[in-house]
Design a protein around this ligand. Sequence first.
Ligand code: NAD
Ligand code: UDP
Length: 324
Amino acid sequence: MQQTKRILVTGGAGFLGSFLCERLLGEGHEVICVDNFFTGSRRNVSHLLDNRSFEIIRHDVTFPLYVEVDEIYNLACPASPVHYQDDPVQTTKTSVHGAINMLGLAKRVRAKILQASTSEVYGDPEIHPQTERYWGRVNPIGPRACYDEGKRCAETLFFDYWRQHRLRIKIARIFNTYGPRMRPDDGRVVSNFIVQALQNEPITVYGTGQQTRSFCYVDDLIDGLVRMMQTGDDVIGPINLGNPVEFTMLELANLVIEITGSRSRISLLPLPIDDPRQRQPDIGTALRELNWEPRTTLRDGLVKTIAYFEGLVSSGYLRPAAAE
Ligand code: NAD
Ligand code: UDP
């Protein structure tokens, strides 16, 4: 029988964090969700509030935290370029001071700690697909640097705590993940395209739309994170977690239009600065170390995600399409 643990999830009221809290509670653990609600919301975890094993604390991880826990999943950090560029100094602080505070906590209570790192550590990559051995190509002074370099520094801190203090660490490098509970104003491509399609508004494809991403459905990703936490102390990563099937943004736009049956047209807008041209994870390590690979196709995942956003329209959270 699996042992009940007390687990801290920072950023637990966000998109990924809320699914992770749900999964861990479902496995019988006690979960402490810490969030400052910058991009997350109580609504994401409202269905968990009655669970006696669930606790939520409003707290900013750039300040120290004292709780007794067995495991820490460190997810606190805005993930959408729109939101992490809104207050870039706070974004770097969240990644760097947040990592220092959570690593300090892990050291004090001897907890195992997993860092939600990102494919952004590879920047605009010269090798394809990206393996964990690749050191990346990041512009350290551009508008994405607060996120990319913050996450890279957090990885450095994790490895130094491991080398210096023998902390039990895990680093997952997450590639673009989507699903229900993304905010309608999140600004990331999947939620943008779905909201625009449901409102019959222009689909805003940046650049020529030939840049690629590889999209992982949230359930698959959460399974990968939990598997990684359950590995022995010798598995520390970094390990890429993502779906290796790659799409151009134009292909994604057309798929969303097709599934929603939308009347939207595609509108080409300027490409943001330092936008990576291609991104695809090599998931050989995850397959070998975690026996993990994603199961959900982009079409199936989009159908579920679109159903969620349609629910927001029918419950009045999202404006319906204007009449013809
Ligand atoms: P999200 O923005 O929905 O969630 C982030 C959560 O962290 C939010 O609830 C937010 O309020 C909280 N937060 C932000 N700053 C905080 C602070 N200083 N103190 C406490 N809480 C804070 O994003 P997400 O997609 O759920 O991403 C979760 C994590 O996974 C992030 O660390 C992100 O970098 C990483 N990640 C996500 C993806 C993806 O595609 N979803 C890809 C790579 C990495
Ligand atoms: N993108 C787009 N239209 C949008 C939002 C994003 O074409 O409305 C593009 C963006 O330029 C990038 C890709 O979609 O090439 C993924 O963007 P997102 O912000 O989702 O994630 P990231 O760039 O961090 O991978």
